[in-house]
Design a protein around this ligand. Structure first.
Ligand code: ADP
Ligand code: MG
Length: 581
């Protein structure tokens, strides 16, 4: 075939492949256009999971009559003139290709009436073929109707997921935009049924309840942080509220929903020592950055961005989240899986217990009055402020692994290893704020490590020496240890060096500070007292006192609980003294 310039229609259809992947992407583009037009109210109607109809109506500034045909032309935009403006972009759109792309793969109608014009106009496009502009008596604002999406690109149709999946992708998208733009009224209908309606009063927590559920929304922690021209605010979940995947992590940058690994990683890092392995937080965070700090023109769908200074953004997110978590260190009260593993056999019928442990989902008609599920009740009444512990009275050690303590609010079972790890970690971190005291060894020790570990230690030597060690390279794989941190003076220098560099690679992190925290975490874990060690009453007492003094006493630095709390309330209910009759 000879070389030819593609017909505009064909070029648009090809471009549409990038912008219009599924019905939800159409909704995104149309909602963003409405937002760019300064709409105060946006109404979205979906039929047939977006395949039969997507209609977005707004009360924005509208399009002047004679510009209407241009709106659906390719590379036509009112938002950008010169390429260099890309780096100061204030609008969500700028590529001027969304409407043309959508119109090339659907039966498309646009009606609009500009603010200062008395009558509006309408243009129809079918599979990229434009009909002429006609006047239309339409109210102010713009309405776009997209019917029979992908009718002329059957291959695309085959890639669509089940209707319920496409529908929920649309719901998820609209509710997130509603959350980001809480000052704007959103309405969403699916097959004429209202799915979402927001008041536009600016209250984000109200909308959070529609994104998750009421209880989840209530428990989310509001966070906020400013750093010069950059700021961030939004909601994060307490450590007791997690998911098994990252789907509930949402980031907006300058009003744009983005999927970005740097941001997600920063968030996860902030939770790092607080969550169990394989659990993820929920978050809806909104960043405001000077436009020149972000490049949004990375992908046609504009869901990816590039940062000019990723480290700064990373640190901003991490600090904000970390602060929010520490200020409101929640109560990792006993949760149902832990509970069901505690054998309390003869007390109640197991079926009864299980039904209530999972929140009373099954109910048996012969049963006594329903008992509120205890995890929720326990989480609602934190007897002691934030993460603090009440004064504990030590009862003793069990199984050479757990300490039992009592407090006015019930019984505490403490994991001695996890608790000691937390204590060491906080002491070490506190010392790090000034200078970590080191203890010279009476006899310098030489330690030989396997080559990969030796190489890693060599790379981290500076950091290690800032942490209270005095270590020098001695031979190709050999190190000379002259001093160790006072905190670990009783430990084995060789074991400490190994603990420092064990599987370091997978932890590679851009921030120096973060890397040091990792080193600290690692060594504390190694040096903490093990399960199986019998502790003297004095040692038990000291551990409990030290734990009480910690700022996050309830989890170890790796996120496992240090303790299980059996509240008086819980004990009373389990013994049938209260609530069950
Ligand atoms: P972009 O948003 O990148 O400019 P689009 O193809 O989405 O490209 O839209 C093209 C142009 O049509 C926009 O620049 C804008 O001027 C106009 N337009 C589209 N939707 C609306 C709307 N809802 N209200 C007012 N103007 C709109
Ligand atoms: Mg647009």
């Amino acid at each position: 075939m000879p070389i030819q310039i593609l017909a505009d229609e064909v070029a648009s259809q090809i471009a549409a492949g990038e912008v219009v992947e599924r019905p939800a992407s159409v909704v995104k583009e149309l909602v963003e256009n409405a937002l760019d037009a300064g709409a105060q109210q946006i109404t979205i109607r979906i039929e047939g999971a977006g395949q039969r109809l997507i209609e977005v109506a707004d009360d924005g500034r509208g399009i002047p009559f004679e510009e209407i045909p241009l709106a659906v032309a390719r590379h036509a935009t009112s938002k950008l003139r010169r390429a260099d403006e890309l780096f100061h972009i204030q609008t969500l759109g700028f590529r001027g290709e969304a409407l043309a792309s959508i119109a090339s793969v659907s039966r498309f109608t646009l009606e609009s009436c500009a603010e200062n014009e008395s009558a509006g106009g309408r243009v129809r496009v079918e599979g990229g073929r434009k009909a002429s502009l006609e006047p239309a008596g339409v109210p102010g604002g713009t309405l776009v109707r997209v019917e029979d999406l992908f009718f002329n690109t059957p291959a695309r149709l085959k890639f669509l997921k089940k209707p319920v999946t496409e529908k929920s992708a649309i719901d998820a998208l609209v509710v997130r935009y509603a959350l980001a733009y809480a000052g704007i009224r959103f309405q969403l209908f699916q097959d004429n049924k209202p799915v979402l309606r927001t008041s536009g009063n600016g209250d984000r927590r109200e909308i959070l309840a529609q994104l998750y559920d009421l209880e989840t929304a209530r428990r989310m922690i509001a966070v906020e942080r400013e750093d010069g021209e950059k700021s961030i605010d939004g909601f994060i979940s307490p450590v007791s509220l997690t998911r098994s995947n990252r789907k509930d992590i949402t980031f907006f940058i300058n009003g744009r929903w983005v999927q970005d690994v740097t941001l997600a990683t920063a968030l996860l890092r902030a939770y790092h020592t607080l969550l169990m392995v394989g659990r993820y937080p929920l978050a809806a965070l909104f960043l405001d950055l000077p436009p020149e700090e972000v490049d949004v023109n990375v992908h046609p769908a504009k869901a990816e961005v590039r940062f000019r200074k990723p480290d700064e953004i990373f640190a901003l997110v991490q600090r904000c989240v970390r602060r929010g978590l520490l200020e409101q260190s929640p109560v990792p009260e006993i949760s149902s899986p832990v509970w069901s593993s505690i054998p309390l056999q003869p007390v109640v019928d197991p079926a009864w217990r299980i039904a209530h442990a999972v929140g009373g989902v099954e109910s048996n008609p012969d049963e006594p009055a329903p008992v509120p599920p205890f995890p929720a009740a326990a989480a609602e009444v934190p007897v002691f402020p934030s993460g603090e512990l009440p004064l504990l009275r030590l009862v003793g050690q069990v199984g050479a692994a757990y300490l039992v303590a009592e407090a006015p609010d019930g019984l505490y079972l403490i994991d001695q290893h996890a608790a000691h790890e937390r204590v060491l970690f906080e002491k070490y971190k506190r010392q790090q704020e000034t200078r970590i005291p080191s203890q010279p060894l009476l006899m310098t020790e030489t330690v030989t490590l396997p080559p990969p570990a030796a190489r890693l230690l060599e790379e981290e030597l500076e950091a290690v020496n800032r942490l209270g060690f005095q270590v020098e390279t001695f031979g190709p794989q050999t190190f000379l240890v002259r001093a160790v941190p006072v905190l670990f003076a009783a430990g084995e220098p060789a074991a400490m060096l190994r603990a420092l560099v064990e599987d370091f690679e997978e932890d590679e992190t851009p921030l120096k500070q973060e890397r040091e925290a990792r080193l600290i975490g690692r060594i504390c874990k190694r040096m903490a007292v093990k399960a199986g060690k019998i502790l003297s009453p004095e040692e038990q007492q000291a551990l409990v006192r030290d734990l009480e003094a910690c700022s996050s006493p309830r989890t170890c630095p790796h996120g496992r609980p240090t303790m299980i709390h059996l509240s008086v309330d819980l004990l009373e209910r389990q013994f049938g003294r209260r609530g069950s009759r």
